[in-house]
Design a protein around this ligand. Sequence first.
Ligand code: PGA
Length: 265
Amino acid sequence: MEIVIKPDYETMSRCAGDFVEAWLRRKPDLVLGLATGSTPLGLYRDLIRRHRDEKLAFARVTTFNLDEYIGLPADHPQSYHSFMRENLFRHVDLDPARTHLPDGNAAEIAAECAAYEAAIRSAGGIDLQILGIGHDGHIGFNEPSSSLRSRTRIKTLTEQTVRANARFFGGADKVPRHAITVGVGTIFEARCCLLLATGTEKAAAVAAAVEGPLTAMCPASALQFHESCTLIVDEAAAVGLKRRDYYRYVYDSKPAWQQWEKSAG
Ligand code: PGA
């Protein structure tokens, strides 16, 4: 795992923008895995700015989101369909036909999950997967105890996740209890994972994911086993990392040919 610690949320989001841009320049027909939640909003704002001011192109990009609530109409303001439309899709030149989210209103949820996996496979697999992390260490909606080999399926959200998301719905009683999420195994097959975390409330989850045991009780810890995984976190989210000075040293010592940050040349 590569651990990059940035002073604050804005710098972290810009750094993530550099990371995504480096991939896009190398592979304009990128298959990009996207996440929702408040964490990636700064990255999406940064990508929109790069598209507007620097002509960064998304026209050939294909996207797959991690998850969607079950039972919310796609045009509900809190559906992840709406979230992506408002916070990224409508601001860049993505082809709507190439953007994918699970259909939380499918009549046959199991068939929808199988079709989602098949669509990822037929697009050639995910090149770069953007991830947030839940307070309980979840990635996507893979809550603790999710099989580390799980595939796209229905999950029941933990009470903690429901409480964390209540702020978007105006009350926990309005938060759906179920979601379709890609599995930990699905995420694991992405060629590269980029996990973002901000704020002290994520510090324990980040520490468990990076320095704790590999365990289904912290699904993000599966990333320790991933071939190519970068975490970009702000100082506040890094406070629980015992070896943070070492991660800084490694990052500062990167040879020039390994550097993807624009500011790093
Ligand atoms: P957040 O959610 O970015 O809104 O904190 C992250 C997650 O639950 O994966």
